[in-house]
Design a binder for this molecule. Sequence first.
Ligand code: SAM
Length: 248
Amino acid sequence: AAELYIVPTPIGNLNDISQRALDTLREVDLIACEDTRHTGKLLSHYQIGTPTWALHDHNEQYKAEQLVGRLLNGQRIALVSDAGTPLISDPGYHLVNRCREAGIRVVALPGPCAAVAALSAAGLPTDRFVFEGFLPAKEKARFDKLESLKEEPRTMVFYESPRRLLGTVAALVEVMGRERRLVVARELTKTFESIQGLPAAEMLTWLGEDDNRCRGEIVLMVAGHQADGESLPAEALRTLALLRAELP
Ligand code: SAM
């Protein structure tokens, strides 16, 4: 039966692929990917001979229609991206959306995702978080975006390019203050993996001290805004005032 499988692939360490992901990649009729050469390396490492097909970002809508056609003819197709979970700051949205509209079953395999891996080791609250993906490339737009997130109470997760990390951290110091807690997770699952947590101003200094600290693939996390007394609900403030009056 027509089925589309969403298959996460490693974000650095080739061993981070599930048995089910390998079985699926082996059994499907076609693997839709971002870059056939990149995915080809993974497939040859695991001696998987399934044909691949490029689903580029710029022509994804057109390519998605062609894949839906194949699925409706009964083919089984897997979707992978260069690394991590497809659709998470990666192509696949149009395809999945079209498949669901067409009544094609979409099966998600769980697996590597840089944002989730980073968050799980950052030591910031994880009960609630927001994934913001990549910030805008232009300085003004990036600054405005951070400004709009100033009072976000949940932990924020960003994907950041090594070239822009320092600028973004400088903007964070300005917008969210010197004390806001930041965590930079770099090169996760790879040889030079590092996870550093510091208040924003100290992070800026620390990153500036050594170019290597900005290199590679980066997830930047920002602690949520901590509500102070002023932003408690009126009811809570009244209770607090009553309790204070009772204290010696
Ligand atoms: N779909 C992927 C996922 O599930 O994480 C993300 C794809 S996005 C195009 C690539 C970005 O993810 C990188 O620029 C970096 O911000 C982050 N990333 C990917 N691999 C990483 C790693 N090993 N360590 C830290 N960040 C990583």
